[in-house]
Ligand binder design. Sequence first.
Ligand SMILES: C[S@@+](CC[C@H](N)C(=O)[O-])C[C@H]1O[C@@H](n2cnc3c(N)ncnc32)[C@H](O)[C@@H]1O
Length: 321
Amino acid sequence: MTVSHQPVLVKEVLEHLAGPSVRRVVDGTVGFGGHAGALLRRLPEAELLGLDRDADALAAAAVALAEFGPRVHLQRHAFAEMAEAVHGLGWDRVDAILLDIGVSSPQIDTASRGFSFRQDGPLDMRMDRRQRLTASEVVNTWSEADLARVFREFGEEPKARLVARAVVARREERPWSRTGELAELINAVVGRHGQRGLPPATRCFQALRLAVNDELGQLERVLEASLDLLAPGGRLAVIAFHSLEDRIVKQFMRHEALTCVCPPGCPVCICGKVARLRPLNRKPIEATAEEVQNNPRAGSARLRVAERLPEAAPRPAGQPR
Ligand SMILES: C[S@@+](CC[C@H](N)C(=O)[O-])C[C@H]1O[C@@H](n2cnc3c(N)ncnc32)[C@H](O)[C@@H]1O
């Protein structure tokens, strides 16, 4: 099967990240190299470090970005390990970081990767197939309470407890091994309509994928790491595809823009917090109707961008707020 991935919000990413003085870029989710190629083309003097935890994606990126020769450095890393990768290249600070988080179309569309409830495949869902934890291990060994928590917290599935109970009851007869049979059971428990017109198994499959790959933990760690990696004036751009991830990005950028987090009513500042980021947009940037028409995946994409502020000395305690 030929697999391809159409990058989203490319024009908007270039507008925000490809400033004239940008020389070092990290693409933490290089995938099939769509955004990376566009950035390298727009910034002829820049070098780009591309990370991905998926070996298939990196192999595809190596082909897609071959024309840029030594300007591209590709490494198999989870993006939470971005600092090690950047310092390993001998770089200290970088001018731009891009994260286009989630799964790629080829990951979803390749049945043997086990991400999809639309095509039958093994219950795998690992982005990095060197990892031990698979979706099969989660549904066959995690307790009913843990499964319910995963479906509720990562899938926002209103029937999380019912689904967890049904998953555990069925595995006592026969262990789970295929996405098709799991999707069938979830469809039966959740009901025909699911939420917001989504197929019923959507939320629980998303939840399992987030759990298997520790996707929210990865995101929290890379956001924190980006603060030490970005040069003053450097920019962080994050594209998220669902509300849980977008909320983490929004709250992080808002928190890092605050100069004081003292409790309300505190007459003087005692927290000494300094602002480290300046968010560039109050609302997330969304794809145009035209882009969504050409690439329906872009419909749920939300881009947020923030600029690293210069290092400020901690404010002495006791200053007016
Ligand atoms: C939406 S795709 C990125 C597509 C890419 N921007 C392009 O233009 O082709 C997301 C990619 O991020 C990778 N990925 C997701 N989470 C990751 C993580 N924590 N660390 C490294 N790569 C990750 C996935 O393997 C996938 O290839």
